[in-house]
Design a binder for this molecule. Structure first.
Ligand SMILES: *Cc1c(COP(=O)(O)O)cnc(C)c1O
Length: 393
């Protein structure tokens, strides 16, 4: 199965069809291989820090008059859920006989996770990053270089994530024998959306058991932020067949105009106008009438991408999940509120999911599980600037 309904597929140049098939076969073989699973599970538990806990947040819950629990991916090694996927793909690549990992990165989080997995598994690592992003995220560039990765600047196009993906794909085509392309979200051509989901579903599989142990029941609602969609699909998957509401939260940015947000599911015209192909997959996109990709904006770099993972497009169409968006301002307020009420500083990405609960679920009295996809330390200077701009510091 290469598609989720009409979404997904494999839209790549002929030269990539063979490596895509090779990867699909290897993934299908190893996902059912007990030795591979054992080695990955050992890495996840003894190196990455799984299982991550779920935490009831009592003061925050009082404020929103609901019973709120956080899945603590912020406590995973390197500070976000991304390492689940990078470790899984790195181990798979090693079993396939590859010695070199390449990755794209926007904010640098996926680059850091992949550089970390490469260091641990003794592999070479090259990370493609737009020069605009390298300036914005200088600290993560240093982190990747310290981890032994080579960071290659990309100065094409808008010099951001989308251009870095193009460059990584080009590298892959030229170095197929030695190299695995470690894609960072539930995106791209098949098998990536399925493979990344399978490496991230540990989030929801753990959370479901933990939630039952703590409360004796399942949550009414599960909420997660959606960039490419990997942390959201990672927590949703365990609950797909239960009567649990699933809500994905996109970046509403600073307005509803073109280039002001990254909310792919926010539109008021015919849905068909919003479907297209980007980076090898058919899905909902931010595009103009001629199919040109529109610029995007969000205060949180991890949500700032013009396409959404194809399985989310399918969950949207079939109404199994619903999608909403949250503005920069509300995300920053939620960041501050969770930090002050509970001593947990969430990533600005995760703050979008928290803000949704504050705005939409106040007084619901529901049992709510939020995926806290990462920690907020990386976002301190952005929040500092915002507070200075609002006379709060
Ligand atoms: C990258 C990132 C995201 C967005 O990516 P998804 O693939 O949508 O999960 C969300 N939260 C954090 C902390 C991230 O680093």
């Amino acid at each position: 199965m290469t598609r989720f309904g009409r979404y997904g597929g494999i839209y790549v140049p002929e030269t990539l069809m063979v490596p895509i098939e090779e990867l699909t076969e290897a993934f299908e073989y190893f996902r059912a291989n007990p030795l591979f699973q054992k080695e990955l599970n050992e890495l996840l538990s003894t190196y990455a820090g799984r299982p991550t806990p779920i935490t009831f947040v009592p003061t925050f819950s009082d404020k929103v008059q609901a019973k709120v629990y956080l899945k603590r991916e912020d406590l995973l090694h390197t500070g976000a859920h991304k390492l689940n996927n990078s470790l899984g793909q790195a181990l798979l690549a090693k079993r396939m006989g590859k010695r070199r990992l390449i990755a794209e990165t926007g904010a640098g989080q996926h680059g850091v996770a992949t550089a970390t997995a490469a260091a641990r598994l003794g592999m070479e690592c090259v990370v493609y990053m737009g020069t605009t992003d390298m300036k914005r995220q200088a600290h993560n560039v240093v982190r990747m270089r310290l981890l032994g990765a080579e960071v290659r600047p990309v100065s094409a196009g808008s010099r951001t994530l989308k251009d870095a993906i193009n460059e990584a794909l080009r590298d892959w085509v030229s170095n197929l024998a030695s190299t695995h392309y470690c894609l960072g979200s539930a995106l791209g051509p098949h098998p990536y959306p399925t493979m990344v989901r399978e490496f991230q579903r540990v989030i929801g599989d753990e959370a479901k058991i933990q939630f039952r142990e703590m409360t004796g029941r399942l949550p009414d609602t599960v909420v997660a932020c959606v960039g490419g969609g990997s942390n959201a699909i990672g927590i949703f998957t365990a609950f797909l067949n239960d009567s649990v509401k699933l809500i994905g939260v996109e970046a509403g940015g600073r307005g509803t105009g073109r280039g002001e947000h990254a909310a792919r599911f926010m539109f008021d015209s015919d849905p068909l106008n919003h479907i297209g192909v980007l980076h090898g997959t058919e899905t909902f996109l931010l595009q103009d009438e001629d199919g040109n990709i529109l610029p995007t904006y969000s205060v949180s770099a991890g949500l700032d991408y013009p396409a959404v993972g194809p399985e989310h497009a399918f969950l949207f169409e079939t109404k199994r999940a619903s999608y909403s968006s949250i503005s920069d301002d509300l995300a920053i307020s939620a960041f501050k509120m969770l930090t002050q009420t509970e001593g947990i500083m969430p990533a600005l990405e995760s703050s979008h999911a928290i803000a949704y609960v504050i705005r939409e679920m106040k007084g619901s009295n529901e049992f709510i599980l939020i995926n806290c996809s990462g920690r907020g330390d990386k976002d301190l200077s952005i929040v500092e600037d915002w507070m200075k701009g609002h006379g709060e510091l």
